[in-house]
Design a protein around this ligand. Sequence first.
Ligand code: BES
Ligand code: MN
Ligand code: ZN
Length: 472
Amino acid sequence: MQAVVVSKTDWKSPVVEFFCEEDVRKVEFFDNEMKAEIQKFINSGLFSGKKFEIVPVTNHSKKIVILAGCGKTKELSPTQMRIITAKLVHSQVISGYNTIQIIPMKGRDSEIAEGVVIGGYTWEKYLTEKAPGPSKAMIKSSNVKEVEKIIFIAESVNYARDLVNDDSDFMNSVQIEREVKKLVSGKKGFSVKVLEEKELKKLGLNLILAVNGASPYPPKLIIAKYNGGKGKYTAFVGKGVTYDSGGLGLKPSEYMKYMRDDIGGVAVLMGVMRNVIKFRPKKNFIFALPLVENMIGSKAYKTGKIIKSYSGKTVEVEHTDAEGRLILADALAYVDKNYKPETMIDIATLTGACITALGYDYMALMSRDDELADSLLKSGQKTNDRMWRMPLYPELLDYLKTKDADINTLGPPRVASVITAGEFLSRFVGNTRWAHIDIGAAVFVNDDHRWYFGHGATGKGVRILTDFILSH
Ligand code: BES
Ligand code: MN
Ligand code: ZN
């Protein structure tokens, strides 16, 4: 759903106004004639401002007002405001209109804008019949600049969602390369380099090569560079497993079904890149996107195999389904060595254990650097994109000991899998300041709906990293 900011409303399309329970009796409305009509509804108890109440009011001319209840003011958190807006944009009452106009409650215009754009998102590419409903919302606001920025970033969230939601045979490594080039080509400060299979072999990024062994699509390490200012690079590395079958340690079908979402880290970074192009921060960034597919077949990498990584460390494959940390290890080590960044942040659908630990709403953050962690957490709070820090400590390395290689991919089953994965990655970043974000839980909604995200990819992470980039 498209959102635009306007300075006033008219009667060409329905006007939505939001109310909390407490203010409903002292209804403020810009049109006196309609105010009287609305008052009738309130007096007769047909609208009381309760959460999710949606009541249309009209007079005999062509004026239509939709009253949307927000419940008690005290309980109306920013996330609740987005949820209520999302319910509204999908509601039956407005489904017959192409455009709606929205008058936000005071100070809530940004949250409502996100509710419209993120909450109004639907994935319908492969549906022959699209759901009816408005395609455009005009949001009345005097904060034009700020709300337009929120809208742009929310559209980048949806861009990331499109990349995740699409069919994994379509959105394979070759297609992602096309998408990246389409996104950044001709954009000031951006350049793209792609390491193809031959170079990956020559350079010894053997972990990336191993994971892609049985895929019909070529492995790639795409490096997008952005030079917008002086100083060292901040590097971002995204997990790009276009499909994760689990490899020879095959996943059961019910866990495999949505594994096209394993491209989530790459998709989030592409959403962030879209924002960098728009807002042009005066900084330097690397976006490293390792792309593979984890499949089965005679060329699949084997459980128990010892692989020499780009960093020189040898790695034992305890389970072929722990592929994400392998491709990230090579990508992190490559970026660290070749670009000497000041900071590296990876974002990845790394563990299902994330779901057990934190549920679906929170991304898990790990870092040995308190300052970096704090600034990421701050961005999480500011954007309500929700992130929680998990511990890392040197003794965790004991879990990753093996007699046959320098390091094992996994610790003991079901023991702190989120942080042993983080610990594993930390061994490939040298002394560089680094943080790891696990979006294994937050990336996708595979049941009915989650809050304002509806069904499918959430694009979680785009807002946090964008805020982090623009404010530090
Ligand atoms: N891509 C998965 C993690 C995942 C699971 C993401 C569910 C989103 C939803 C990852 O590659 C994986 O398979 N992890 C395994 C590791 C296990 C073998 C120790 C997991 O978490 O089950
Ligand atoms: Mn896996
Ligand atoms: Zn995976």
